[in-house]
Each structure stands twice: as structure tokens, then as C-alpha cells.
Design a binder for this molecule. Structure first.
Ligand SMILES: *Cc1c(COP(=O)(O)O)cnc(C)c1O
Ligand SMILES: *[C@@H]1O[C@H](CO)[C@@H](O)[C@H](O)[C@H]1NC(C)=O
Length: 484
């Protein structure tokens, strides 16, 4: 006879009752270790200045949906065609999310469809490549050091880094090293030689609007698809405060947690219906819908993250309100205020300003670089990223800093507050320059960080700035769950 596993160890009544009780205990009670880490992170977010351009603070309603029982359900497949039972409410949720996604971007459901299942922006992009580009087929996206995203095909001379460059052939396009604007002429010349199957119109560190019409014309010349990746700007697009990629693109992907201010997930929009009509009046239809849906599931993913889909649906509803439009207008106004205040402090901004929610500060004229300034600002409770600037010789020593206004705008800051933020940044960079002057010009970043954290006068300066930053940031309300 086969001994059942439960016989191997006798479960006492008390043990079983304690197990059942455990499942009902609040986090703070059941896992004080994780709870206290979360509390520390909440404190960091509340008392720091969050200027990372890709980050935002999700609303309470979004986080409630994300933390709901929707986490528990498997539902491989699509509404109406699932591989699991018990999916009636999941179907209702996914259809609602799809409907809101199309509405939020004013899309006609006869002409556009949307897949709301991608786990995040990177898997959404890879699903598109898998759907429409054959293995080792050709892709052109903006190079990572020029403001593109890893998933657009990043590789170095020595190594293919992104899976996009491993499984497909990527030929990046660049910004002009002097102006910082995308060099569309070079892209056009190279596309004529390279004949890509897909061109990507999307950026992670580019402060100017894209010329989607020009990109579409280049794509058409080569019979390529144009994919918009609006990950950074999808909230601005929903609010109608920057040009929309939908007018010219065949496919549009996005994350949902950046300017859109939802939980972490991804979306893929694709065209449906008539693709073109030839001279004889014969219509060709898009076949993107089945290609993309099959690439997401079963091609690349298993069960959709239904809790995330619930959070995205809530965020999309919020994105259709007049309040959200006001928020995005304030995001733009704050970014301009930050940019012009930094220019007044004597800094150079790549392209001279911004059309969107982010700026790239060029530190080359200051005799320091992004890596060092980022460390000092972090010590002062100011969060931003180092980034390469157009014309940078080495990606290992990026000379810029990327700042974005979306997160702090969600906390209610307006233009005057951002001028104060610019002052804090300026003090942090002045300190960076001083620390660097105290060291050998060839000193490593490690030596720099050591000096910053060990030389008493530098520590004092950091502490002074940090106390003021924390007092300032602490005044503003924090979106999200009150406890966590
Ligand atoms: C952030 C970003 C992504 C990837 O999103 P993840 O959710 O981090 O995977 C893709 N494309 C662009 C342009 C991005 O900025
Ligand atoms: C919390 O969970 C653990 C198992 O991880 C369990 O043993 C314990 O009884 C629960 N309660 C407390 C207060 O730790």
C-alpha cells in the first residue's frame, strides 16, 4: 500500500489551527521583517525628492486593486477562450481594461485592438518583435546611449547585450552629437541600406517630441512596420499634451507605471482592418491582432497577472479625468520650471530645454560627471539617474543627469517648488565639484565615494543639505496606501 504523505508527519490540531490563523494575519503581525523594510522604503520615498523620470507614485485605488484577490486566479488564454475554469469575472475585468485602454487614447475599436496581458514594458516589446519580425530579422531603434531603451536592441562593439540584439539583428540610430536631436537624415540613409522589418519610435531619455510622420515615411520606404514605444510619455499622450504616436504607428507599446501612473505592467496596441488599398482597389487587411495575441500567449507568457490588469484598469479610468489632464499639464510646467531654474544656475540642458516630462543636464562644462553627481545627490536624498550625453566618448563615464517631474508632481509640487528643487540640485552639484577638486583628477568613482563618506567637512555639507531636503519633501502628501 502507498503511504500517504500526511502519515509521514502527524499534524496536530494546534498546528493546523495555527496554519489557518497565519493566513489571516496582517503583514505587520506575520512578517515584521518584510514589514519594516517596506516602512523604511516608504520613509525614503516620503522624505526624499524623487526625480527619476521613469518613476511615479501610484494612487491608493490602483494599489488596492493590485493587492486584491485578483492575484490568485489563473486564466491562460483570452476572454471567452480560457484554459481554466472560473474565469467569468476575470473575463469581465480584461474586457473592461481593453475598453478603457482604447478609450483613454481615443481609439476606434474597429481600427485598433489592445493586448493588456504583457507583464511589463520589456516583455511587451519582445512580444511585438516575436510577432512581426522573423528570427534574425532586422530592427532599428534609438541607441541606448542616445536615449533609447535596452529592449530596442542594445549591443556594444564587444557584446550583444539586449536579447533583442541576440535573437534579431539590430542597427541603432543616433542623435546628432552637437544638437542632441535625433538625426532623421542619417536614419533614413541607413534604413535604405539595412532594410529593417521594424522601426521603433520611442525613448527613455529624450526631452523632445518625436517626428512620427517622418519616421512613418522612412518605415514605408522600406516596407517596415513602425512601432511606437510610448513607455515614458503614455500619460502625457493620454492627456493630449504631447503628440500622439497613434496617428502614424502600426503598433504602439507602453508601460503603465511611468507617466500613466498605474501599477507595473505593459500594453500592446495594434492596428486592425484595412492596411492599404492597391491601384486596382484591392484591400489588404492587417493581421497584427492574431500575431500579437499569439506571441504574448502562448508564445512568451503563461497566466496573465490579473491583479495588475485590475490596477491598470483603475489607472486608465483615472487617466480619462480632467484632473489627470491638469496633472499632466503641471508635469510639463514643472519640468520647464526646473529646466529654466537650472539654466539660471549656469547649467547646460541638452537641446536647450524640453517638450515633455524630463531633461538631460550636461555636466561636461562643470568638470564633473553624472556618476559622481548622482552619488552626492543620493546622499542628499535626491534621486535621479546618471546618463550619457550626446557626443560622450565613453558610456562608462556618462556626463549627464536625467531629471523628471512626474513623481514629485503627483505629490502636489508646482513651479515654485521645482525652483526650490533646482536649488537643492545646484548645491549638490557644487559639492560634487568640490569633492572632485580635492582628489587626484584620475581618482576612481570608488575613491570619490570614499572621500564623500569619510571626509568630515563633506559629510557635514551632505548632512546640511539632506536635513533641508527632508524637511521640504516631508511637507507634501504621499499618494497610495496609508500604511504601506
Ligand atoms: C521603461 C521602458 C521600457 C521597459 O519597461 P519595463 O517595465 O521596465 O520592462 C520599454 N521601453 C521604454 C522606452 C522604456 O522607457
Ligand atoms: C507568521 O507566519 C509564520 C510562518 O511564516 C508562523 O509560524 C507564525 O505563527 C505567524 N505569526 C507570527 C506572529 O509570526
Amino acid at each position: 500500500a502507498i503511504m500517504s504523505l500526511s502519515n509521514a508527519h502527524h499534524i496536530s490540531k494546534e498546528e493546523w489551527e495555527s496554519h489557518n490563523k497565519m493566513l489571516l494575519e496582517p503583514l505587520a503581525v506575520n512578517d515584521s521583517e518584510v514589514f519594516s523594510i517596506i516602512k523604511k522604503e516608504k520613509h525614503r520615498q516620503t522624505y526624499g525628492l524623487e526625480l527619476i523620470a521613469s518613476e511615479n507614485f501610484a494612487s491608493r485605488a490602483v494599489l488596492e486593486a493590485l493587492g486584491s484577490c485578483m492575484n490568485n486566479k489563473y486564466s491562460e488564454g483570452y476572454p471567452g477562450q480560457r484554459y481554466y475554469g472560473g474565469t467569468e469575472h476575470i473575463d469581465e475585468l480584461e474586457r473592461l481594461c481593453q475598453k478603457r485602454a482604447l478609450e483613454a487614447y481615443s481609439l476606434d475599436s474597429e481600427k485598433w485592438g489592445v493586448n493588456v496581458q504583457p507583464y511589463s514594458g520589456s516583455p511587451a516589446n519582445f512580444a511585438v518583435y516575436t510577432a512581426v519580425v522573423e528570427p534574425h530579422g532586422r530592427i532599428m531603434g534609438l541607441d541606448l546611449p542616445d536615449g533609447g531603451h535596452l529592449t530596442h536592441g542594445f549591443m556594444t562593439e564587444k557584446k550583444k547585450i539586449s536579447a533583442t540584439s541576440i535573437f534579431f539583428e539590430s542597427m541603432p540610430y543616433k542623435v546628432h552629437p552637437e544638437t542632441g536631436y535625433i538625426d532623421y537624415d542619417r536614419l533614413q540613409e541607413n534604413a535604405r541600406l539595412f532594410h529593417p522589418k521594424l522601426i521603433i519610435a520611442g525613448t527613455s531619455c529624450y526631452s523632445r517630441n518625436l517626428d512620427y510622420a517622418r519616421l512613418k515615411q522612412i518605415a514605408n520606404e522600406n516596407g517596415a512596420y513602425l512601432m511606437g514605444d510610448m513607455a515614458h510619455i503614455s500619460g502625457l499622450v493620454a492627456a493630449g499634451v504631447v503628440p500622439s504616436p497613434f496617428e502614424h504607428c502600426d503598433i504602439v507599446t507602453t508601460t503603465t507605471h511611468k507617466t500613466l501612473r498605474g501599477c507595473r505592467a505593459g500594453l500592446i496596441f495594434y492596428r486592425k482592418g484595412v492596411q492599404n488599398v492597391d491601384a486596382k482597389g484591392k484591400e489588404t487587411l492587417y493581421n497584427l491582432e492574431s500575431l500579437i495575441n499569439q506571441a504574448v500567449f502562448p508564445g512568451l507568457q503563461g497566466g496573465p497577472h490579473n491583479h495588475a490588469i485590475a490596477g491598470v484598469a483603475v489607472a486608465l479610468k483615472q487617466a480619462m479625468t480632467p484632473e489627470f489632464k491638469a496633472y499632466q499639464l503641471q508635469v510639463l510646467a514643472n519640468c520647464r520650471a526646473l529646466s529654466s531654474a537650472l539654466i539660471d544656475h549656469g547649467y547646460k540642458i541638452v537641446t536647450g530645454g524640453s517638450d515633455n516630462h524630463l531633461i538631460l543636464l550636461d555636466l561636461r562644462s562643470k568638470g564633473t560627471d553624472g556618476g559622481r553627481a548622482e552619488k552626492v545627490l543620493e546622499a542628499c536624498a535626491i534621486a535621479c539617474n546618471k546618463n550619457t550625453c550626446p557626443g560622450d566618448k565613453s558610456a562608462l563615464r556618462p556626463s549627464g543627469l536625467r531629471f523628471g517631474s512626474p513623481a514629485l508632481t503627483s505629490r502636489g509640487l508646482v513651479e515654485n517648488d521645482f525652483r526650490k528643487v533646482a536649488e537643492f540640485i545646484h548645491r549638490g552639484i557644487e559639492l560634487t565639484v568640490e569633492v572632485q577638486k580635492s582628489l587626484d583628477p584620475k581618482a576612481t568613482l570608488k575613491a570619490f565615494v570614499q572621500a564623500l563618506s569619510q571626509v568630515e567637512k563633506f559629510q557635514q555639507r551632505v548632512a546640511e543639505i539632506r536635513v533641508e531636503v527632508e524637511a521640504f519633501a516631508g511637507q507634501f502628501p504621499m499618494p497610495g496606501l496609508p500604511e504601506l
